[in-house]
Structure formats: structure tokens, C-alpha cells
Ligand binder design. Structure first.
Ligand SMILES: NC(=O)c1ccc[n+]([C@@H]2O[C@H](COP(=O)([O-])OP(=O)(O)OC[C@H]3O[C@@H](n4cnc5c(N)ncnc54)[C@H](O)[C@@H]3O)[C@@H](O)[C@H]2O)c1
Ligand SMILES: O=C(O)C[C@H](O)C(=O)O
Length: 320
């Protein structure tokens, strides 16, 4: 059986980490694409030289030519710019929208059957635009943010309750911005909901509220520390988890930016919701019951994403 082909569009911090993880996990042969000449080729050569030490024999190549992503099974898009301290993700919209246009056209021409995971920010608007530019079916284009945001939430909760992260499950819904919605009611430690743990005196509402707020600004916290760019290890790990769910038909239920057609009262928008990912891509959007506060917060987040789409349409009238 032929190996899977994984194309990574953008060979920067996340792209390089994705390639490393994909090789270590034996997901398939890897093509790193970037507009900068030499960078994808250099990273591919460096990563290939991990093979003899790690014992993987994935073919890893670097390219500046979209023809080389031909017939990729999975494409993960990180092309564009990352924010620096003092910027919001939304400040990246103008420049990254143009990048999405080039990437979408490259995918359309060369790999129209791929499962495409977008990571570029501002995520919910960029995944929507990438889908529009590529013309791929909506179930084959998805955005990565909720897996990362939930991982952050789970990490902070594990610290709070002093338990292994393996015991913690959490959900962050909504757009990948300051208005994201960490859902406390559906977050658990060994199956025990956080509100019950508060009642049991294991934490307080104030401490959980602070963790929710830290999760919301989790990306900014890392940007502030790194100063030259944004998080890349956990974003890459999160993207790989989504790729594995597709490649191995795992039917994982993950929070991802998916195209909504009325679910959660939202139409023709990409926003973070629980979805099942398997061999057909996004196979189902799962509608969970939200309390009034979570519903209202989700609406605020959805409205913020809507505003970004208006801005996209204003910049590129082929999207209008
Ligand atoms: N969705 C999320 O949760 C999440 C998490 C972290 C970062 N991000 C976003 O991911 C993106 C990438 O982050 P990074 O840290 O890898 O940035 P980076 O600057 O390290 O890498 C980006 C790469 O894209 C390349 N590039 C620029 N224009 C391109 C084009 N037209 N075609 C192909 N490649 C192009 C650049 O040359 C660079 O190598 C940023 O927009 C960042 O904000 C999103
Ligand atoms: O915060 C950023 O700009 C990058 C990313 O969206 C993140 O959440 O780490």
C-alpha cells in the first residue's frame, strides 16, 4: 500500500514542528512547501537526517512549487505571518487573507481530494476564506484552534487540581480569539464536572474564573514571552492529532473550527464546535446543550467571527 502523503504549507515554526512530529509518528511521506527559497529544502534535509537516529524512513522533501503537493492526502496550512507583542490575531487578517488565496488556489489545482487543516490566524476567518478559495467540500476543510485551547485549559486545570493531565477533559468552543468559550460545565477531572469539584471544596469559583481567563489569553501570554512570534509546539501537536483522526478513521470528538449550517443557530460560518473526525473528514457536528451564560458567550464569539468575514469580503470582493 502506498504511503500517505502529508503536505505542509508554510515551513516556519509550526510547519517544521509538524514535519518532525509527522515523521516521528510515521504518518507518511512529507512535503514542506514555503515561498521562501531554501527554507523548506533546508528543513527537509535536516529532518531527513533525524531518520537514521530515530529509525524512520519517511521521504521528506522541501519545495517552492505547488506541483509537488500533488495528490496529498492531508494538507496542514500554517503559511502567513504570526503576531508579535502588542498585536491581536485580527491584525494579521489583511496579509494572511492574500496568503490564503494563493494557498487555496494551489490546493484546488493540485490536491482537491485532500483533508485540509488550517492553522493560520485569525483562524476562523482564514479557514472560511481558504475553503472559499480552494472550493473543496466543507467537510474536508477544518480549522485547528479548539484542540489547542482545550489543551491549555486542561493543562491549567491539571495544575489546579494537582492531577495528571490524563485525568482532565475540557472543551473550549467559539472563535479562536479573546472571546473563546471555555465550557466549565463540560470540563471534568476523572469524569467529575468542575462545578462539582468546586462544591466539594477542591477549588473555588474565583480560581476557576482566573483559569478560564488565562486560557482565553493563553496565546497572548506565550507571544509576550517569546517576543518574536507565537506558540508552535502545542499548535503542531494539536494539528497532528486532527490529521491522525482523519488518516486512521478514529472518529475522535474534537473541538474544531467547522462549517456550520444552522447548528448552534449559526449559518455559513466557521466557528469552534465539537465535531467527529474520521475518514470522511468532519463527519458530524455535535450539538451540546449549553446553559444560558455559555450560549450568550458563544454568541459574542460568533459575532466577532462575523465581523472578520465582513472585513475579508471588503478586502477581496471575490468572497462577497
Ligand atoms: N490556530 C491556532 O491555534 C494557531 C496557533 C499558533 C499559531 N497560529 C498561526 O499560524 C501561523 C503560522 O505560525 P508560525 O509560528 O509557524 O509562523 P512562522 O512565521 O514561523 O511561519 C510561517 C511561514 O509561512 C511562510 N509563508 C508566508 N507566506 C506564504 C505563502 N504565501 N505561501 C507559503 N508559505 C508562506 C513564511 O515564509 C514562514 O516560513 C500564524 O498565522 C500564527 O498566528 C495559529
Ligand atoms: O496567539 C497567537 O497569536 C497564536 C495562536 O493563536 C495561539 O493561540 O497560540
Amino acid at each position: 500500500m502506498a504511503r500517505n502523503k502529508i503536505a505542509l504549507i508554510g515551513a516556519g515554526n509550526i510547519g517544521g514542528t509538524l514535519a518532525h512530529l509527522a515523521a516521528l509518528k510515521g504518518l507518511g511521506d512529507i512535503v514542506l512547501f514555503d515561498v521562501v527559497e531554501g527554507v523548506p529544502q533546508g528543513k527537509a534535509l535536516d529532518l531527513s537526517q533525524c531518520g537514521p537516529v530515530e529509525g524512520f524512513d519517511a521521504k521528506i522533501t522541501g519545495t517552492n512549487d505547488y506541483a509537488d503537493i500533488k495528490d496529498a492526502d492531508v494538507i496542514i496550512v500554517t503559511a502567513g505571518v504570526a503576531r508579535k507583542p502588542g498585536m491581536s490575531r485580527d491584525d494579521l487578517l489583511g496579509i494572511n487573507l492574500k496568503v490564503m488565496k494563493a494557498v487555496g488556489e494551489g490546493i484546488k489545482a493540485n490536491a482537491p481530494n485532500a483533508f485540509v487543516i488550517c492553522i493560520t490566524n485569525p483562524l476562523d476567518a482564514m479557514v472560511w476564506a481558504l475553503r472559499e478559495f480552494s472550493g473543496l467540500p466543507h467537510n474536508k476543510v477544518v480549522g485547528m484552534a479548539g484542540v489547542l485551547d482545550s489543551a491549555r485549559f486542561s493543562h491549567f486545570l491539571a495544575e489546579e487540581f494537582q492531577v495528571s493531565v490524563k485525568e482532565v477533559n475540557s472543551f473550549v468552543l467559539g472563535g479562536h480569539g479573546d472571546t473563546m468559550v471555555p465550557v466549565v460545565e463540560y470540563s471534568t477531572v476523572a469524569g467529575i464536572p468542575i462545578p462539582d469539584l468546586i462544591k466539594m471544596g477542591r477549588s473555588t469559583q474565583e480560581r476557576i474564573d482566573a483559569i478560564v481567563q488565562r486560557t482565553r489569553s493563553g496565546g497572548g501570554e506565550i507571544v509576550g514571552l517569546l517576543k518574536t512570534g507565537s506558540a508552535f509546539y502545542a499548535p503542531a501537536t494539536s494539528g497532528i492529532a486532527m490529521a491522525e483522526a482523519y488518516l486512521y478513521d478514529q472518529k475522535r470528538l474534537l473541538p474544531c473550527a467547522a462549517h456550520l449550517t444552522g447548528q448552534y443557530g449559526v449559518d455559513n460560518l466557521y466557528v469552534g464546535v465539537p465535531v467527529i473526525i474520521g475518514k470522511d473528514g468532519v463527519e458530524q457536528v455535535v450539538e451540546i446543550e449549553l446553559d444560558a451564560a455559555a450560549k450568550a458567550n458563544l454568541q459574542v464569539s460568533v459575532d466577532a467571527v462575523k465581523e472578520l468575514l465582513v472585513a475579508c469580503k471588503g478586502i477581496d470582493n471575490s468572497l462577497a
